[in-house]
Design a protein around this ligand. Structure first.
Ligand SMILES: Nc1nc2c(ncn2[C@@H]2O[C@H](COP(=O)(O)OP(=O)(O)OP(=O)(O)O)[C@@H](O)[C@H]2O)c(=O)[nH]1
Ligand SMILES: [Mg+2]
Length: 329
């Protein structure tokens, strides 16, 4: 097939909601081969006007808090009782190609992955957080063009990945463990400030009482934070993927948030600001790549790095020389 023909057939396939075309387009976008990635970008360009209509939800929490299980439970609820079409994506810059988290997600989301109206895609692997996040954003647009009405994005609760996921969603949900304070949970205050909702997860069996205590502790803690939006009070909920308790309540909060922020215009503002910031992060990424690929720069890097390490040159002087070679072009 010619490039033009495969571009057209992929665009048509995605528009028709065909999951194989969705997967193929995302694979092209993630490709390290320039010609494939360019075809993926061309397909995305044709699709972008029909993207944007999904409810975008990011889900974070420390490792083992039950993000994947929660997403499976929420996803099944949406598919089975609310008639939604659900796409699940992930941002995990730490996951190697055949890493445990992909394997884990496949088994944790076994039922959802078999549902007709669900699509699950593991995190793009390798590369910088910026690159991984950019690919996930693109995958989100492809899913939206394919008619998925809800996009759920799982992120590992470590490093900077929460910040980048928060910057691509409408609602950012933080899952908490029952019975542990922030320090024990490894939750940074900055992450709580990004949250549109908190859920104390695993609120079942013997842990239920502890979960409800944790819930009121966090509700108090949030009183002390300045609200990010004048039209939204961040709720602290309790839920269990195991029993299904509280799952539909989480979705009701997402809907209520959407109504409140749509009415005030904040939702549109948030999307606009995210689009602008994304453009700039792509510019940054492109400049960085062009810089490193520049022949004079890449030839000079090893020696200058060694000089800086050996304190024979200051970092500032070395940076000036590298930038000088780049800008001379
Ligand atoms: N009691 C209880 N255990 C749960 C619940 N949900 C998940 N678990 C258990 O918690 C463990 C971790 O679940 P995952 O869904 O893999 O958690 P995760 O946060 O996605 O983990 P990573 O992706 O590895 O960070 C598993 O042993 C689950 O069986 C729940 O609602 N209640
Ligand atoms: Mg997981």
């Amino acid at each position: 097939m010619t490039t033009a023909a495969s571009r057209e057939s992929l665009v048509a396939g995605v528009r028709a909601g065909d999951r194989r075309s969705v997967a193929k387009t995302i694979t092209l976008l993630e490709s390290a081969r320039a010609d494939r990635a360019a075809l993926g970008q061309a397909v995305l360009e044709d699709l972008v006007a029909s993207a944007g209509s999904a409810v975008r939800v990011g889900i974070t929490g420390s490792p083992g808090v039950g993000k994947s299980s929660f997403i499976e439970a929420l996803g099944l609820h949406l598919v089975e009782t609310r008639g939604e079409r659900v796409a699940v994506l992930a941002v995990d810059p730490s996951s190697p190609v055949t890493g445990g988290s992909i394997l884990g997600d496949k088994t944790r989301m076994e039922r959802l992955s078999q549902a007709e109206s669900a699509f699950i895609r593991p995190s793009p692997s390798g590369g910088s957080l910026g690159g991984v996040a950019a690919r996930t954003r693109e995958a989100m647009l492809v899913c939206e063009a394919a008619g998925f009405s809800v996009v759920l994005i799982e992120t590992v609760g470590i490093g900077q990945s929460e910040v980048s996921v928060a910057s691509m969603v409408d609602f950012f949900l933080v899952l908490l463990q029952p019975g542990a304070g922030d320090e024990l949970q490894g939750i940074k205050k900055g992450v709580l400030e990004l949250a549109d909702g908190l859920v104390v997860h695993k609120a079942d069996g013997e842990q239920r009482a502890a979960a409800l205590r944790t819930r009121s502790e966090y509700a108090h803690a949030l009183e002390l934070l300045r609200p990010a939006s004048p039209s939204w009070k961040v709720p602290v909920l309790a839920a269990s993927a195991r029993t299904g308790d509280g799952i539909s309540g989480v979705w009701e909060s997402v809907r209520a948030h959407r109504e409140a922020l749509s009415a005030s215009g904040e939702l549109d503002g948030r999307r606009r600001e995210q689009a602008r910031a994304w453009m700039w992060s792509l510019v940054d990424e492109g400049l960085r790549a062009a810089f490193r690929a520049h022949p004079a720069v890449s030839a000079a890097i090893p020696a200058l790095e060694a000089e800086v390490e050996a304190q024979k040159s200051t970092p500032a002087a070395a940076a000036r020389r590298l930038l000088g070679s780049f800008l001379e072009m």
